[in-house]
Ligand binder design. Structure first.
Ligand code: GLC
Length: 755
């Protein structure tokens, strides 16, 4: 009671203290007034972000740094904190900022709410495979409600990087290889996090990251150099960031990599010319963890002072954990190396987002212990996570319809460390999830069926605890579990094998040079196959893997990613047919790592070649060019038949449009969902054009025997790209339209774009 009265008095005081001569509706007047009261140091303080005293998500400065930070906090030299967990901790730090600093400017608290806060949904690569935009937005909404209930006001998501190389561990964090789908999902996630009213206590500011081209590291090695040409940047990398901005995203995060020899954190081109200039972004840019200071090892900045100068001049508004703005900017301004107006601009942008969040009205609005208790981990949120998880599962193979399994009367042997692992399914970037809280496959199968299930681990995939900072300690030698597993498998009606990656084997810093099943899992799979061929392979992984052997030998393969808190229940619902799998891959699965980077919207080259038999063509001598499973691929327990594609005409100009229509019939026995995909090929242009590009999709649901017509409208915007004239425009000529169930669709109809 006392604390409530105190909070009330405090809120009135703050509201009064921040009252200005015009009403709060005029954000600019409010901020101008506040800025006019601030010293240079206090403005610089807003640009400084410190890690909280919970887990760090990057390299930390030397020990004992905490004391100075509390001093900085009290002196108004901190504008934001990250990785502060829980209302109590947020409240304590906010109270210092509001009551003990000269101007009482509230902090903004950020956290990586990437796929859930405490209730964990599938990793974003998994969610994107649902192609269910509403469900993806809802998932972000749930994550935001939990994060806000925990006192947070800002998430470092969505990660909207486009990427094509599964060696890069952060493919788990985005929406796959395609720009069109990535843009649609970027907007949906921003809307989910930010809602319709950012000042509402259940909404949080989102952050489009990592700007830009972080997904194109050479050799798939994290943080590595990204050298891409301007047209790939504009046509493939920028659009999801622009979609996030158009959806109202309040913050951007720049990236660790150099883009064409300049670190993104120090890139005026990216941050001032494009983002704040051409695109008119009015939020703020936060650096990535320590990325300002990292311009020194990049060989771009001489020292910390130079790095701070480069970063602020390039448009990096907030310094995450390099502590260089608070130590260097004051002198840089005094020496005239940095204009004070740049400091004013950065501070204004940061104060603007705090204003939009309502933090000046009530800095403690996110600090409600009742709400924290009631919202976080609620049954409703768990059900939302289960729904999202089911929709993210992709059926890659189901020969002789081994799936769905009967719910009773079957002898099932379940094999694999991951089958009874309640931690790995949480994946990397698992927010504030408690460890070991995911439903396992064993628990799910027992909960949803009445079969006798024999579990045998078969092999330790890894040993000991795992976390964000450490390499997973893989087992490469101990096969003592094989014998028991083979005996358990021998007389089973069906063997369900759950293999893949431990939850921290993908994500930041998790680059791999091989894409096979880690450890001894492949050997175990082949040994079990020798005693029983009726295997359902359930994959748990954060990236495309090399499944060439499995695809050749294993009758049924289910891609389940790291599905989050409800993993085992979702997998069981699909295995038992409660939910007919509807997912479609958003990243190509290579036949082997040598094909990486591999993606569906490739350029044909001048010597495309039909097979490796044609030596002097752009083919490999040892494997075909095509991926094992293409972008957009996913099966169902039912069948969908596509009619002939129809176009409403064979030519159009830039002012009118053409419609492309097709009928889809569910010719199988199960109700099911299908993602109908529309691709367009531009046969020639002022730049070499890709073989096809996704330009539309529709998620439909059909009962057995039902037929539905799907129609796509093709207008000039579908044919526009960033051309050699450095303009977004269409170019007249021949186009072909493909509509199908994945990017490998061949049937098409053509039309001409005329002036
Ligand atoms: C990390 C990541 C970034 C994350 C930030 C804060 O290094 O690159 O995506 O948001 O630091 O945790």
């Amino acid at each position: 009671m006392k604390s409530t009265i105190l909070k009330l008095i405090l809120s009135v005081f703050i509201a009064f203290n921040f009252s200005c001569d015009s009403n709060h509706s005029d954000k600019e007047v409010f901020i101008d007034d506040l800025l006019s009261k601030m010293t240079l140091d206090e403005k610089i303080g807003q640009m400084n972000q410190y890690n909280g005293f919970w887990d760090a998500t990057g390299p930390l400065p030397n020990a004992g740094y905490e004391k100075n930070r509390y001093d900085d906090l009290r002196n108004g030299m901190v504008g934001s904190m990250l990785n502060v967990i829980g209302v109590e901790n947020v409240y304590a730090l906010q109270k210092i900022a509001v009551e003990e600093t000269r101007l009482g400017i509230p902090l903004i608290f950020g956290f990586d709410v990437i796929h859930g806060y405490k209730t964990i949904s599938p990793i974003p690569l998994g969610e994107s495979a649902s192609w269910d935009i509403k469900a993806i937005e809802k998932s972000a909404r749930v994550a935001a409600e939990e994060a806000a209930a925990a006192g947070l006001n800002w998430t470092f998501a969505p990660m909207v990087d486009i990427y094509r190389d599964a060696r890069w561990g952060r493919v788990m964090e985005g929406a796959g290889e395609d720009t069109y789908l990535g843009s649609v999902i970027a907007a949906a996630r921003v809307k989910g996090f930010q809602g319709s009213d950012l000042s509402d206590f259940s909404t949080i500011a989102a952050c489009a990251k990592h700007f830009a081209a972080y997904g194109f590291p050479e050799a798939g090695r994290d943080y590595n150099t990204a050298d891409i040409n301007k047209y790939t940047l504009y046509n493939n990398v920028f659009p999801p960031f622009k979609a996030a901005l158009d959806a109202g995203v309040k913050t951007f995060m720049n990236s660790f990599n150099t883009l064409n020899e300049i670190p993104a954190t120090g890139s005026k081109f990216l941050q001032r010319e494009i983002l704040k200039g051409k695109w008119g972004f009015d939020g703020f840019v936060v650096s990535d963890w320590g990325s300002i200071g990292e311009m020194i090892p990049h060989g771009y900045a001489e020292d910390g002072n130079h790095a701070a100068e480069l970063a602020i001049n390039a448009g990096s508004d907030m310094d995450m954990e390099s502590s260089l703005y608070v130590t260097e900017l004051q002198s840089l301004v005094k020496e005239g190396k940095v204009e004070e107006i740049l400091i004013d601009d950065a501070a204004r942008r940061i104060l603007g987002v705090k204003y939009d969040l309502g933090l000046f009205e009530n800095p403690f609005k996110y600090c409600d212990k009742e709400r924290e208790k009631n919202v976080i981990g609620s049954k409703e949120n768990q059900l939302a996570a289960l729904d999202m998880a089911k929709k993210s599962i992709v059926l890659l193979k189901n020969n002789n319809q081994l799936l769905p399994l009967k719910k009773k009367g079957q002898k099932i042997t379940l094999i694999g460390h991951l089958a009874n692992d309640n931690n790995s399914p949480l994946g990397n970037w698992r927010g504030a999830a408690d460890s070991n809280t995911a439903v396992t496959v064993l628990e799910g199968l027992e909960a949803y069926g009445e079969n006798s299930i024999t579990y045998s681990k078969g092999v330790d995939l890894y040993y000991g605890e795992t976390n964000f900072h450490s390499r997973v300690n893989l087992n490469h030698t101990d096969k003592t579990g094989f014998k028991e597993a083979k005996i358990a498998a021998k007389f089973a009606d069906v063997v369900v094998m759950v293999l893949g990656e431990e939850g921290f084997q993908s994500g930041e810093g998790r680059s791999r040079t091989e894409l096979g099943l880690p450890g001894l899992q492949q050997e175990l799979l082949e040994e079990i196959y020798k005693v029983n061929k009726n295997i359902v392979l359930v994959l748990m992984n954060g990236r495309p893997l090399n499944l060439t052997w499995a695809d050749k030998n294993i009758p049924t393969i289910l891609e389940t990613w790291h599905l989050g808190s409800q993993s085992g229940n979702a997998i069981a619902e699909v295995i038992y047919g409660n939910y007919n799998p509807s997912g479609k891959l958003t990243m190509s699965f290579p036949r082997n790592v040598g094909q990486s980077p591999i993606y569906y919207n490739y350029k044909k080259t001048g010597r495309p070649g039909a097979s490796s038999a044609e030596v002097t063509t752009s083919t490999y001598a040892d494997v075909e060019n095509s991926p094992l499973y293409p972008f957009g691929y996913g099966l169902s327990y039912t069948n969908f038949d596509y009619s002939e594609l129809k176009l409403s005409g064979d030519k159009m100009n830039r002012k009118n449009m053409i419609s492309a229509s097709i009928n889809i019939t569910n010719s199988g026995d199960f109700k099911g969902k299908e993602v109908v995909q529309m691709y367009i090929r531009d046969h020639s242009g002022s730049l070499a054009r890709p073989v096809k590009e996704l330009k539309g999709f529709e998620l439909i649901e059909l009962n057995p025997g039902e037929t539905k017509e799907v129609v796509f409208q093709i207008d000039n915007s579908s044919l526009t790209y960033f051309t050699v004239n450095d303009k977004w425009e269409s170019e007249i000529g021949k186009f072909s339209v493909y509509i199908g169930s994945n990017s490998d669709v061949q049937k098409n109809k053509s039309f001409n774009l005329t002036n």
